[in-house]
Structures are given as C-alpha cells and as structure tokens.
Design a protein around this ligand. Structure first.
Ligand code: NAI
Length: 339
C-alpha cells in the first residue's frame, strides 16, 4: 500500500523501514507536519501515517479522503489530534498503537520526579563547574510520601506499581476501578481528595473535553503547598497560565512536564538558533523548580520497535482485509469521552 508518513524524524525512518522489511509497503517519508499546505504529499496514498504533532481536523480529513486516503495509521496511543466524528462521517479507518510501552512513559514520569526532588539537573551543572557545595540541593525521601495518579490505565498502572515499590502511599482517580491494583494497596479516591492529600500529583489520563484544563486554578488551590506536579499525558490537561501563577506564589513546589499545551509549535524540532515566540513557555523555562522534556517519555528502543511493528501491522491488515485489529481501531462510538 502507498502510505504518506508525515512528521518523519530520522528515528522513524530507521524503525519503520526495518518493520516494513518483508511487508513491502511503499512508504513516502515527509519531514513536514500534516497541514493544509503539506497534505498534497498524501495525494493518491490510501494510507496516511501520523504522529502526535499532526492535526487531522475535519477540513484536512475531507481533503485526504478526496485524495484517496482511507486509513489514518497513528504512530501513537493518543488520538486527540484526530476528528473522530469526521472520520466516522467519511468512513475512514483510524488505527493507533494502544500500548507500545507503558513502561517507557511511566519510567520517564518517575525520572522527572526524582530529578526534581533531588535537583539532579542543577547538581549535574554544578559539578561540571567544580562546584561541589550541597546548599540548595536538599531533597526529600520518596518513601512514605503520597503519590496521586490521575488516570490509572496502562501507564498509570505502571506508575502505581513503581511507586508502591518506593514505599509510597498511592492514591488513584479514574472513571474505572482496577481491582488488581486495589488489591496491591492502591487507594481509589475522588479527585478532590487526591489533590488535597498528595505530595506528588502525576497525570496519566487522555486529553478529552472532560480532562482539558483538569488542573486549573481552582484545583491547584486544593493541592498541598509545595506539591510536585508531573504531566506526561497531554499538555492541555493543565491550564499552563494557572500553573505559572501557582509557581509564582510558591504554592506549587515542583513541576515536571513532558508535554505542553502549545507544544505543536516547539517540540520535535531544533530551535536552538531561534527566538522563542511563546512567552508562556519562555516563562516556564525561568523557574528553577521546573523541568521540561520535549515529549520524549515514549522514546525508548522497545517502544519505537513496538510502534513501528504495530503501525506496519495496521497498514498490512487494512491493505489485505480492509480493516485493522479491533483493539487498535479508534471509533467515535468506542472512544467518545464518558461523562
Ligand atoms: P489508557 O487508555 O490505558 O489509560 C487512560 C486512563 O485514563 C483510563 O484508565 C481511563 O479510564 C482514564 N480516564 C479517562 N478519562 C478520564 C477522566 N476524565 N478522569 C480520570 N481518568 C480518566 O492510556 P495510557 O496508555 O495509559 O496513556 C495515557 C495517556 O498518556 C495517553 O492518552 C496519551 O495522551 C499519553 N501518552 C503520552 C506519551 C508521551 O510520550 N508523553 C506516550 C504515550 C501516551
């Protein structure tokens, strides 16, 4: 099948080309993001392969469909960047990679917690400048602290198990209860209680209309003074301006972000020679107690191998059978946000 692969980075080419060995699809790698200006590259391609930074809104979907596209193969678990109602209306199949390595994302979230707590980012710089003083680097034991997990699906469950291993008390908020985790000692509570009692709040729910700005000024005010907030889910789950206000007041003690509301204009590119125009992002960067990584939580060898293999499997199945494995199919009916 002819497939236009948008937002291709060198690592995508390597892993996708490897997974395509034997499958023999005609992959057209496009460096640019999918947009009204670049969608011409998909003309005549039955398949279009997208990453998290590609937005397939209704207008773009209509254009793709008119150009012959019938499958959108997402190289991600999240699908908030695709207009599912339009896909339904057009009869387009949306496939994703539901689980490529929840461990990769969970371990990165825990890495951010440790980095912020023990100030490893600052310690590294100090020692490189032969400053071996410890002042300002004081951390706290994770042991016996309360970690609140919002969205306890595949990734959240991995975080829960890791934090239980640290000897933390783990609180969970989700629309569904995982009895296995509850049996391990994870305490399911409502969101307000989780926010009030947690020393660390870590976000692992998808971005939906219900979770957009889930962490806003009002909910930040409920949190413990000095709280640590980790977000590896999607940027817009946090109202960034409210978060900055909380940091400035000193109420929010630490912030670790792998995602940012407006990351589409920044992440996955080298902008080191350019002036950043996003003042909100620039302000975030000024805090000593904020660490930002550029959507790299998924970025492990194991995850990239799984992403490439599942994506190629989705393409091959669609080519042969006109459908993808049910578990990988995204539909409005199945994935419509629950109240
Ligand atoms: P999942 O679907 O296994 O789990 C999501 C959980 O969130 C489910 O248990 C669901 O019931 C819960 N949830 C949904 N709406 C909720 C709400 N309103 N309030 C509370 N809980 C709610 O998804 P998975 O694989 O654990 O991934 C979670 C998110 O992580 C993805 O949607 C994606 O946005 C993000 N992600 C980020 C990556 C990165 O590199 N930073 C990589 C992969 C995923």
């Amino acid at each position: 099948m002819r497939v236009a692969v948008f937002s291709t980075h060198p690592f995508d080419r390597t892993f996708l080309a490897q997974a395509n060995r034997g499958a023999g699809h005609e992959l057209h790698f496009v460096d640019a993001k999918l947009s009204a200006q670049t969608l011409g590259a998909a003309q005549g391609c039955k398949g279009v392969c997208l990453f998290v930074s590609d937005v397939a809104d209704a207008a773009i979907m209509k254009n793709l469909h008119a150009g012959g596209t019938r499958l959108l193969a997402l190289r991600s678990a999240g699908f908030n960047n695709v207009d599912l109602a339009e896909a339904d209306a057009l009869g387009m199949t949306i496939a994703r990679v539901p689980a490529y390595s929840p461990h990769a994302v969970a371990e990165h979230a825990v890495g951010l917690m440790l980095m912020l707590n023990r100030k490893l980012h600052r310690a590294h710089n100090r020692v490189r400048e032969q400053n071996f003083a410890l002042d300002g680097l004081l951390g706290f034991d994770m042991h016996a602290k309360v970690v609140g997990i919002v969205g306890v699906g595949k990734i959240g469950a991995c975080v829960a198990r890791i934090m239980l291993g640290f000897g933390c008390r783990v609180l969970a908020y989700d629309l569904v209860r995982d009895e296995e985790l509850a049996g391990l000692g994870v305490e399911y509570v409502d969101l307000v209680r989780l926010l009030r009692e947690s020393d660390v709040v870590t976000l692992h729910c998808p971005l939906t209309p219900q979770t957009r700005h889930l962490i806003n000024a009002e909910r930040l005010a409920l949190m413990k003074p000095g709280v640590m907030i980790i977000n590896t889910s999607r940027g817009a789950v946090i109202d960034t301006k409210a978060l900055i206000a909380g940091l400035k007041r000193g109420h929010v003690g630490y912030v670790g972000l792998d995602v940012y509301e407006e990351e589409g204009d920044l992440f996955f590119r080298d902008l080191s020679e350019e002036v950043i125009q996003d003042d909100v992002f620039a302000r975030l960067q000024t805090f000593p107690n904020v660490v930002v990584t550029a959507h790299q939580a998924f970025f492990t060898r194991e995850a990239l191998t799984n992403i490439a293999e599942t994506t190629l499997d989705n393409i091959t199945r669609f080519d042969r059978e006109g459908r993808v494995a049910e578990a990988n199919r995204v539909t409005l009916q199945r994935h419509a946000p629950r109240p």
